[in-house]
Ligand binder design. Structure first.
Ligand code: C2E
Ligand code: MG
Ligand code: MG
Length: 883
């Protein structure tokens, strides 16, 4: 037992050593396990390094160790130093020197290095290493290997003089190095993962942000595009311009904060700015104003979009660029506006307005990028405004055109209607004119023109058909002139109408009855068989016309004198046959009225005689072949000469002295009478002057017979009065004598002329009263001072006193109406006496004195009638009476 115990006691230190070893091994094992766990679970290298401290202390009995790692740029960097002795950080070492160290040698050799202090010194001496840090006892370094690649070095230092590292220590350090590489790789890969995740995240974030921005931009672009599209679509809608502006504003509002928006347009003459649209939260719509130096004007001037902040506006105002803002406020008050964005409206480079938006709250409401947008918008708005304007103008033009077209159409319609009416009227007028031109207005019978046409046709027909027979009847009516002169035109017209009616009954249907004028009627008897046919119709006409006429209460009788010309191959035209019928008619008249005469060639001679007379009469006027014979007019009571009547005579070169009845009709008919009588007046005036100068017959009158033409023919009366005035003769010395025929036509005019003569101062006498109808009208309505009783009327006094009482009555009426009687044709003492008894004041006649020429101042009586004078005709009658 004791032995056993002794053995045991002997065994005890061994056991104790074993136990100690065991315990050491266990510690080692647990430290190695701890290291292994640490390296597989570590996330943070610093924590690993700290864990490593206790492991190294446990396993290697030192607490000084360094870890150096190669950087990606292959530099050696001390990443961890645990050295209670050496406080200095290895990082502070020159990097270049880092490699020239024991650590560098391990890295280079890629194998562990165990180095004592002595060996270290030797190495330093050999310039293999550089000495740095404090002096240690022993040093052990092993490479950190990842496969074949050395990534760093872990090294131990011992400052304990007794502590040297063993081979086992080296193995342990290698083991630690392996785990350290694992830990580093773990951490590194984790860090790498994290960094790559982070980078990826950043990239994704950036991408996301870019995408977001792009989305926003795209959305904005889409919105802008939509707005611009909307703006351009606005034009397709026909709407009022104000609605368009409002719509444009709404659209701009979608893109920019444009609560305050206005459109300013230049006036036509570019001198004014008008604001057709103005929407503002502070100001009301401004009135049109003259161009000045406002913000809008600045945009117009610059011709490009402008963005202004309040500060810039102040600067511009200070520089004098603008003096006025575009708001109602008369003074520039930019304080209100924080931001202002405007763009010009232009048409082919010509600025015609501005659009502007403004913000009163946010000075950053608009950005420079909005300038472009504004430019786009303004461009579109300009197009729309122009299009609207063009449309408006076009509409206006269209309306104006339409109105003009309507007006013109109406005018044309009116003109058309008018024209149609005019055409219709003209057609009627033409028909009327044709009718008028071919018919007599009074009787509605064909006139001369139409008759001539028919006659011409008949003559032509005769040329083709010589057996054809026709005849022309030329009818002249008795008493028409007398009816016209005495009963007046109306009665004359009625007479002619009745004649036409009666003639119409007498002719056949195919005959042509026409009125040539006055009382001349003609008949074309066509398709005649025999002369008897003509005679029958002619007789019928004469019988018909001979029937009494009832005219205005009068029963009148007339007769037709008729000339007949029969068709002959020799007639060239209508005038020839008419001329012959006319000549035959004159023959009928001269043979005694109420008969018909067939034309014979001899009758033409008479016509020729008439033409000759006319010719000679003209010649007589030119060569002054006339002379005047004076017949005394006596005061029947005192038998004193009160005056003379001048009577015209024609000293015909071959026929001798002709009295008025032989030529006066021709002078009257042709109007030559006027020239003749102007000569008569001149002669009479000369005679009066001569008497005035000689004081002989100073106060006597001269009676001059005048044609009625003086009263009615234009200017004739004035000429006459001027002539009398020019001869400085007292007008009252002249007695102008007119007979009833002077007043038969143009009664009013003739009476007016008569009154003018009376006013002029001449005396007026009505000649031949009692020969015609002798209307009483002449006695009181006409301004006659003398009524001359016609010779025929006086002549009857020779046989009875029927007319004497009439003369008496006329005389008495004369005292009332202011005229005096002059008896003509006193041929006997009986007449003379009878006239004296009834108070007839004045008289003339062969019994007193025959008309005679004045010789010197005296009248020389017509020689052939000398014996018939009751006075001594050998002596000067005037002188005798005066005596
Ligand atoms: P009368 O004016 O009635 O003139 C009177 C006419 O009677 C004159 O005829 C005169 O010679 C004529 N006579 C005078 N006393 C008697 C008489 O006792 N017995 C007869 N049997 N006859 C007498 P005369 O000169 O042949 O003139 C005829 C007419 O011619 C005038 O009628 C007058 O009407 C017109 N006459 C004469 N001279 C002119 C004239 O210059 N111009 C115009 N227009 N007519 C004139
Ligand atoms: Mg007379
Ligand atoms: Mg007479």
């Amino acid at each position: 037992m004791a032995t056993e115990n002794t053995h045991a006691i002997r065994q005890l230190p061994k056991l104790k050593s074993l136990l100690k070893k065991y315990r050491q091994l266990k510690n080692k094992q647990s430290s190695l396990l701890q290291l292994s766990e640490l390296s597989s679970s570590i996330t943070d290298l610093d924590a690993f390094y700290q864990g490593l401290e206790s492991v190294i202390k446990t396993l290697l009995a030192t607490d000084s160790f360094n870890i150096a790692l190669l950087t990606p740029s292959n530099e050696l960097q001390f990443t961890y130093c645990h050295n209670p002795v050496e406080k200095r950080l290895h990082e502070d070492l020159d990097v270049a020197k880092g490699r020239k160290s024991l650590t560098g040698l391990v890295l280079e050799s890629q194998a562990p290095i165990h180095c004592s202090a002595k060996e270290r010194m030797a190495l330093a001496k050999a310039d293999k290493i550089v000495l740095y840090g404090s002096v240690w006892t022993d040093w052990l370094g092993v490479p950190l290997k990842r496969g074949e690649q050395v990534i760093g070095v872990i090294s131990l230092q011992s400052y304990d003089k007794k502590r040297y590292f063993s081979e086992e220590n080296c193995q342990i350090l290698e083991f630690i190095a392996e785990h350290l590489v694992t830990a580093i790789d773990r951490v590194r890969s984790r860090e790498l993962l994290e960094s790559s995740i982070q980078q990826r995240t950043i990239k994704l974030t950036q991408t996301n942000q870019e995408l977001q921005r792009e989305i926003v931009e795209r959305q904005l672009a889409v919105k802008t595009h939509q707005v611009l599209l909307n703006i351009s679509e606005l034009t397709t809608k026909s709407q009022a311009i104000s609605e368009l502006y409002q719509a444009l504003h709404d659209e701009i509002n979608k893109l920019l904060p444009a609560k305050n928006f206005y459109i300013a347009l230049l006036s036509e003459n570019k001198s004014q700015l008008e604001f057709p649209y103005y929407c503002d939260e502070k100001f009301t719509q401004p009135a049109t104003r003259k161009l000045s130096s406002g913000l809008s004007e600045m945009v117009i001037r610059k011709g490009k979009p402008i963005l202004l902040s309040d500060s810039i506006m102040y600067t511009l105002a200070a520089e004098g660029e603008v003096t006025q803002c575009d708001f109602s406020s008369p003074s520039p008050d930019f304080a209100l506006t924080q931001a202002w964005l405007a763009a010009p409206l232009s048409n082919q480079g010509e600025i015609f307005g501005v659009i502007a938006i403004q913000h009163y709250q946010d000075k950053n409401a608009y950005h420079s990028k909005d300038l472009e947008l504004m430019r786009f918008v303004s461009h579109h708005i300009a197009i729309e405004i122009l299009r609207q304007k063009t449309q408006q103008q076009a509409r206006k033009n269209h309306e104006v055109l339409e109105e003009r077209v309507n007006k013109r159409t109406q005018e044309l319609q009116a003109t058309n209607l008018n024209l149609r009416m005019q055409i219709e009227e003209r057609r009627k007028a033409e028909a009327r004119l044709y009718h008028d031109a071919h018919h007599d207005a009074l009787t509605q019978l064909p006139n001369r023109s139409m008759f001539s046409e028919r006659l011409t046709y008949a003559i032509r027909h005769l040329k083709r058909h010589p057996s054809h027979r026709f005849a022309v009847l030329f009818i002249d009516l008795d008493r028409f002139k007398m009816i016209n002169d005495t009963l007046g035109h109306h009665a004359g017209d009625q007479f002619l109408i009745e004649i036409a009616r009666r003639l119409g009954y007498c002719v056949r249907d195919n005959d042509t009855l026409a009125r040539l004028g006055g009382d001349e009627f003609v008949v074309l008897l066509d398709s005649l068989q025999a002369r008897e046919d003509i005679e029958e119709i002619a007789s019928r006409i004469i019988t018909s016309i001979a029937q009494p006429f009832e005219l205005e209460g009068h029963t009148l009788y007339s007769n037709a004198s008729m000339g007949i010309a029969q068709s002959r191959v020799g007639y060239k035209d209508a005038s020839e046959i008419l001329r012959d019928a006319d000549a035959a008619m004159y023959e009928a008249k001269s043979l005694g009225r109420g008969r018909y005469v067939f034309f014979e060639d001899s009758m033409r001679e008479k016509i020729i005689a008439s033409m000759t007379l006319e010719q000679e009469l003209r010649q007589a006027i030119q060569s002054k072949q006339f002379e005047l014979h004076y017949q005394q007019i006596l005061d029947l009571t005192s038998t004193k000469t009160i005056g003379f009547e001048v009577l015209l005579r024609w000293q015909h070169p071959t026929k001798g002295l002709l009295t008025p009845s032989e030529f006066l009709f021709m002078a009257e008919e042709t109007g030559m009478i006027l020239d003749i009588e102007i000569w008569v007046i001149e002669q009479v005036c000369l005679q009066l002057k001569r008497w005035q100068q000689s004081k002989e017959y100073e106060h006597t009158y001269i009676g001059v017979n005048l044609s009625g033409r003086h009263l009615i023919q234009a200017n004739q009366l004035a000429k006459l009065m001027a002539l009398i005035s020019a001869n400085t003769v007292e007008p009252e010395r002249l007695i102008l004598e007119f007979n009833e025929s002077a007043f038969a036509r143009h009664t009013e005019l003739a009476l007016k002329g008569l009154k003018s003569l009376k006013e002029f101062g001449v005396k007026l006498a009505l000649d031949d009263y009692g020969a015609g109808l002798s209307s009483l009208n002449f006695l009181h309505n006409y301004p006659f001072e003398f009524i001359k009783l016609d010779r025929s009327f006086i002549h009857a006094l020779n046989y009875n006193d029927k007319n004497l009482s009439l003369i008496k009555a006329l005389h008495e009426l004369g005292t009332k109406f202011g005229y005096q009687l002059v008896a003509e044709g006193i041929e006997s003492e009986v007449m003379f006496k009878k006239l004296q008894t009834v108070g007839c004041q004045f008289g003339q006649g062969y019994y007193i004195n025959r008309p005679g020429k004045i010789v010197g101042n005296n009248a020389e009586t017509d020689t052939e009638n000398e014996n018939e004078s009751y006075l001594d005709t050998n002596s000067n009658a005037v002188a005798i009476i005066q005596a």
